[in-house]
Design a protein around this ligand. Structure first.
Ligand code: ADP
Length: 607
C-alpha cells in the first residue's frame, strides 16, 4: 500500500469529500439531509429570528409606545417558534445518534471483510497496519458524526448568513468591511487542520505501538510470559518511547497551531466587534444616522455573523480534515491484492504437483524453498518431515495460496493454482495448524464456524468432537458443547488445556467436507496417545482422500504412503519409511535419534 507522505491537493480534498458523502449516504440516505434540515431550522431561529428579528421588534415596541398586549402577543409567537426550533435541535441530535450508528456498522462490516480478504503478506507489513489503523480512525474517532455535523452546520450557517447580511446592509453595508478580517482566519483554519492531520499521521505508528502494548498486557495468551520473564520491562520501554515520540511530535506542531489560534482569536474577536462598536457609536451619537434599536440589533447581528463565519471556517476545515480520513478509508478499500483470484471453481482434488517451485518471502534475501518438485495423488497419505526452519510450513502456505512462488508452478488437478477462485479451492481443504486458535464462542460455534441452529447441528458437532478425541471432556461440562470457551464474555465459560483446544480445532476440520487434509503439526500440543487416536480417526475419515501431514514426530510418518524430507528449503529425500530407512540418510538418522529418545524415556519410566 502506498503510504508516502503526500500533500493533499484541492482536487483530492473535493474527491475525498464527495467520497465521504457517498459512503455516508449509502449507509444512511437520510442522515445528511435530515440532520442538515433540522439544525438549519434551529440555527436560523437562534441567530436570525431571535437575535435580529425579535430583538428589533421588541426594542421598537418598547421605545415606540407599543402596548403591553402587543408585547405579550409577540412574546407568545416567539416562544412558539422557539419551541419548534428546539424540537428540531433535539430531532437533529436523535438523527445524528441513530443514523451514524448505521454508518459505523456498515463501515465496520466493510473494513472487517476487506481485512479478511487482503493478501496474507499484508500482515507482515507495518505500512498495512498504519493504513488499517487510519482507515478505522473514521469509526474510532466518530468522524461520520463530525462530518455530518459540520456539513449541517455549514449549510445552516450559509442560510442564516444571508438573513444577517441583508439586515446589516439595510443599516449600512460598510459595516461588512469589519468582517473581511475573517477571510485570513478561514485560510489559517484550513492550514491548521492540515497540520493536525500531518501530526496525527506522524503519530499513527507510535499509537499502534502503544495500542499493541496496551493490548498485550491484557491478553491471556501473553499473561504467563509477562509474569515470569523480564519482557515487561522491554514492552514498557517501547510504550514510553512511543509516548515520548508522540510528545515530540505534538511539540513540533504545537507552537504553529498555537500561533494560528492567537491570530484567529484576534481577527475574529477584536476586529469585527470593536470596529462595529466604534462605527455604531459614531453613527448613533455623532452623525445620528442609526437608531437605538438599529444600534443594539446591529451589534447582535455582527456578533452572530462573526460567529457564523467563524463556525463556517471551522466547519470547512473540519470537513477537509474528515475527508482526509475518508480518503484513507478509500485507499484502504482500493488496495488490490497482489494475488489475483482466478476464475475456475475448484472441483474434487485428484492431484497436487509442485513443479520446480522456488519461493522467497517479501523482503527476504534468500529463498525459503528452492526448486521443490513432487506430485501427490488422491488416496495418498504424505508426511512432510524436517528440522525446524526447513520450510515445511512455508510449503503449506504456498499450498493454500497465501503466497505465490516466484519461480515454478503449483498445480491442482494439472491446473495452475493461480487459475482457481482461491475461496472455492480452500473450501476443499481441511486444515489444522500448530498455532491453532479457539475463539471466545461456544464449542458448537467453534466447530461449526457458524451459529448452532438445531439438534442436527449438535449431533454433527458431537461426531466431530468424537473423531478428534475431545468429546468425553466436553460432555462433562454442564452445558456440554454449548459451553463458551474462555471466560472473557461469560462467567460460566471454561478454559481448556492446549491439547484440548487443539482437538477442538481438529474437530472443526472433521465437521466440514474436504478432499485434502493439511495438518501442520496438528499434534504439537497432544500427548502421544492422543496423537495416535487423532491419527487413527484421520485415516478412517480420509479413505479416498489426500492427506498431507507435517509432524516433527516421525512415529506418525511411519504410517504414511510417502515421506518427503525437507532440508534447507529443498526436498532432500523421499520414499516410504522402509525405503528411507534402507537408504540410511537424513531420515534414518532423525528416526533413529527420536526412537532412541523415546526408548530412553521408556527406560527411565521403567526404572
Ligand atoms: P518449518 O515449518 O520447517 O519449521 P518455516 O517454513 O516456518 O519452517 O520457515 C522456514 C524459514 O523461512 C524460516 O527459517 C525463516 O527464515 C523463513 N521465514 C518463515 N516465515 C517468514 C516470513 N514471514 N518472512 C520471512 N522469512 C520467513
Amino acid at each position: 500500500m502506498d503510504n508516502k507522505e503526500k500533500k493533499p491537493s484541492r482536487s483530492a480534498v473535493i474527491k475525498n469529500t464527495a467520497y465521504a458523502v457517498k459512503v455516508i449516504t449509502k449507509a444512511s440516505p437520510f442522515l445528511l439531509i435530515g440532520y442538515t434540515l433540522s439544525i438549519t431550522g434551529y440555527w436560523f431561529f437562534e441567530s436570525y429570528i431571535k437575535n435580529v428579528v425579535f430583538l428589533e421588534k421588541m426594542i421598537n415596541t418598547v421605545t415606540q409606545g407599543g402596548t403591553f398586549r402587543q408585547f405579550m402577543l409577540m412574546l407568545i409567537a416567539f416562544c412558539g417558534v422557539g419551541l419548534v426550533a428546539h424540537f428540531l435541535d433535539c430531532a437533529g441530535d436523535f438523527i445524528s445518534a441513530s443514523e451514524n450508528k448505521k454508518v459505523y456498522r456498515l463501515l465496520n462490516e466493510q473494513i472487517f471483510r476487506k481485512a479478511c480478504q487482503v493478501d496474507v503478506e499484508c500482515y507482515e507489513n507495518p505500512e498495512f497496519y498504519d493504513n488499517y489503523k487510519r482507515a478505522t480512525d473514521v469509526i474510532n474517532n466518530e468522524l461520520s458524526a463530525e462530518f455530518s455535523w459540520c456539513t449541517g452546520k455549514f449549510v445552516s450557517s450559509a442560510i442564516t448568513a444571508v438573513g444577517l447580511v441583508s439586515y446589516i446592509c439595510s443599516v449600512d453595508p460598510k459595516i461588512l468591511l469589519f468582517l473581511l478580517g475573517m477571510i485570513p482566519f478561514i485560510a489559517s483554519q484550513s492550514y491548521r487542520n492540515k497540520l493536525e492531520y500531518r501530526k496525527d499521521k506522524e503519530m499513527t505508528s507510535n499509537n499502534r505501538k502503544k495500542d499493541y502494548v496496551q493490548r498485550v498486557v491484557f491478553l491471556k495468551d501473553f499473561s504467563k510470559d509477562m509474569r515470569t520473564s523480564g519482557i515487561y520491562s522491554v514492552m514498557k520501554a517501547r510504550f514510553v518511547n512511543a509516548v515520548e515520540s508522540n510528545c515530540a511530535i505534538i511539540k513540533k506542531y504545537g507552537w504553529k497551531t498555537g500561533l494560528l489560534d492567537v491570530f484567529g482569536g484576534f481577527v475574529t474577536e477584536i476586529l469585527p466587534i470593536a470596529g462595529t462598536l466604534i462605527y455604531g457609536v459614531y453613527g448613533f451619537a455623532v452623525t445620528e444616522t442609526i437608531s437605538v434599536a438599529q444600534f443594539a440589533v446591529l451589534i447582535s447581528a455582527v456578533t452572530s455573523l462573526k460567529e457564523i463565519i467563524e463556525n463556517s471556517g471551522r466547519c470547512i476545515s473540519e470537513i477537509q480534515r474528515c475527508s482526509l480520513y475518508f480518503g484513507n478509508l478509500r485507499d484502504f478499500f482500493a488496495y488490490e491484492n497482489r494475488l489475483k483470484d482466478g476464475t475456475i471453481k475448484a472441483e474434487k482434488i485428484e492431484s497436487i504437483e509442485f513443479r520446480n517451485v522456488t519461493f522467497t518471502y517479501p523482503g527476504a534475501e534468500k529463498p525459503t524453498l528452492k526448486n521443490v518438485s513432487f506430485k501427490i495423488n488422491k488416496d495418498e497419505t504424505v508426511a512432510i518431515v524436517g528440522k525446524n526452519g526447513a520450510g515445511k510450513s512455508t510449503f503449506v502456505k504456498l499450498l493454500l495460496r497465501f503466497y505465490d512462488p516466484q519461480e515454478g508452478e503449483i498445480l491442482y488437478n494439472g491446473i495452475n493454482v493461480r487459475e482457481y477462485e482461491a475461496d472455492t479451492l480452500r473450501k476443499k481443504i481441511g486444515t489444522v495448524f500448530q498455532d491453532y486458535k479457539v475463539f471466545a464462542l461456544s464449542v458448537n460455534e467453534n466447530v461449526l464456524c457458524r451459529e448452532c441452529e438445531n439438534d442436527e447441528d449438535r449431533l454433527h458437532v458431537e461426531e466431530a468432537l468424537k473423531k478428534s478425541g475431545v468429546y468425553d471432556k466436553i460432555s462433562t461440562f454442564e452445558k456440554g458443547a454449548d459451553t463458551v470457551l474462555t471466560k472473557e464474555f461469560d462467567d460460566n465459560g471454561t478454559g481448556l488445556s492446549g491439547g484440548e483446544q487443539q482437538k477442538v480445532a481438529a474437530a472443526r476440520m472433521f465437521a466440514h467436507p474436504f478432499d485434502l487434509a493439511v495438518l501442520d503439526e496438528p499434534s504439537s500440543a497432544l500427548d502421544p496417545i492422543a496423537e495416535y487416536k487423532m491419527y487413527e480417526s484421520l485415516i478412517e475419515e480420509t479413505v479416498g482422500k489426500m492427506v498431507i501431514y507435517i509432524s516433527h514426530r516421525l512415529s506418525s510418518a511411519v504410517l504414511s504412503d510417502r515421506i518427503y524430507v525437507f532440508e534447507n528449503g529443498t526436498v532432500a529425500e523421499s520414499g516410504s519409511h522402509a525405503e528411507l530407512m534402507e537408504k540410511n540418510g537424513v531420515y534414518a538418522e532423525m528416526f533413529t535419534m527420536q526412537a532412541s529418545n523415546y526408548k530412553d524415556e521408556e527406560d527411565e519410566d521403567n526404572e
